[in-house]
Design a protein around this ligand. Structure first.
Ligand code: ZN
Length: 296
């Protein structure tokens, strides 16, 4: 137990050294004050670095468009969701989770960077108090106001989600950025249900929902080996980050911000800024399914 702790601390201090080694770069006053405001907004879970076990493939990361490597062998991702597997929405006190029946291969993904078929377990979002930040991953250091995560597990190799969480190829998470724009009709069904799960631990039935409406049709994605971004932070995730964001409107983001971290009866704390800070890339390569040269 202690040995584990020491190793984790050792790795953490190495990570901190790596972070410190990055030279300070000049920045505009506006960008700096935005950065400080974002730092001040950190969720209590992330305010003490000692709560973060060190590792070599932690998430989220900044995706540098120019440093990602085009891999012509990456296949298109095939998504097949059965809307009747959707079960309920649960406010877990950090985000809201839309959970699915994963007892059989009914809502699955296959292809892309994956060697097996993975089953959909749940999806959830991360978002900011304001539109300047909120996503966990960034692209060329740019934050989006929110990010969707669709969490799948490898039911070919592991008997349960709980066991898959502990294994290097156990999970596959699709990440989709949300940007401000037109109202998203598919998301609105979900937004309309949110008042019923305002408080922590609230659960409501939510069926007949196909989350593929939340995934952009553009097939392009980045992929890298990473971790969960909430405890237990295990390094079990193959990340598949869609290049194209989806558009949502201000009212839809505001609806997310009306949720609460707190239970009924507690002093109300708004559910905002529920993202983990960026982690060092370390010795990893981000691969892209598309040629970077064709980017804008
Ligand atoms: Zn997440």
């Amino acid at each position: 137990m202690n040995g584990l702790k020491v190793t984790a601390l050792g790795r953490l201090s190495k990570q901190l050294k790596t972070l410190r080694a990055v030279p300070a770069r000049p920045c505009s006053l506006a960008a700096c004050s935005r950065k400080n405001a974002r730092k001040a907004a950190l969720h209590p879970l992330w305010q003490s670095p000692l709560t973060i076990p060190g590792g070599t493939r932690q998430s989220p990361i900044n995706i540098q468009w120019r440093d990602s490597v085009y891999d012509p062998f990456l296949k298109p991702l095939k998504i097949s969701y059965d809307p009747t597997t959707c079960l309920h929405i649960w406010n877990n006190g950090y985000s809201f989770l839309v959970e699915f029946d994963d007892s059989a291969d009914r809502s699955t993904i296959v292809g892309g960077p994956l060697e097996n078929q993975y089953r959909l377990k749940q999806f959830h979002f991360h978002w900011g108090a304001i539109n300047d930040w909120g996503s966990e991953h960034t692209v060329d250091s740019k934050f989006y106001p929110a990010e969707l995560h669709l969490v799948h597990w490898n039911a070919v190799e592991y008997p349960s989600f709980e066991e898959a969480v502990m294994e290097g190829n156990g999970l596959a998470v699709i990440g989709v950025f949300l940007k401000l724009g037109a109202r998203h009709e598919g998301l609105q069904t979900l937004v309309d249900a949110l008042p019923a799960v305002r408080h922590k631990d609230a659960v409501i039935e939510f069926d007949d929902f196909d989350p593929s409406c939340l995934i952009p049709s553009c097939p392009d994605y980045w992929t890298y080996a990473g971790s969960l971004t909430t405890p237990p932070l295990t390094e079990s995730v193959t990340w598949i980050i869609k290049k194209k964001p989806i558009e949502v409107d201000e009212n839809q983001l505001e609806a997310f911000r009306t949720l609460l971290f707190t239970s009924d009866g507690e002093e109300e704390r708004r559910m905002v800024d529920n993202f983990r800070p960026l982690q060092p890339l370390m010795n990893r390569t981000v691969r892209s399914s598309f040629r970077p040269l064709l980017s804008p």
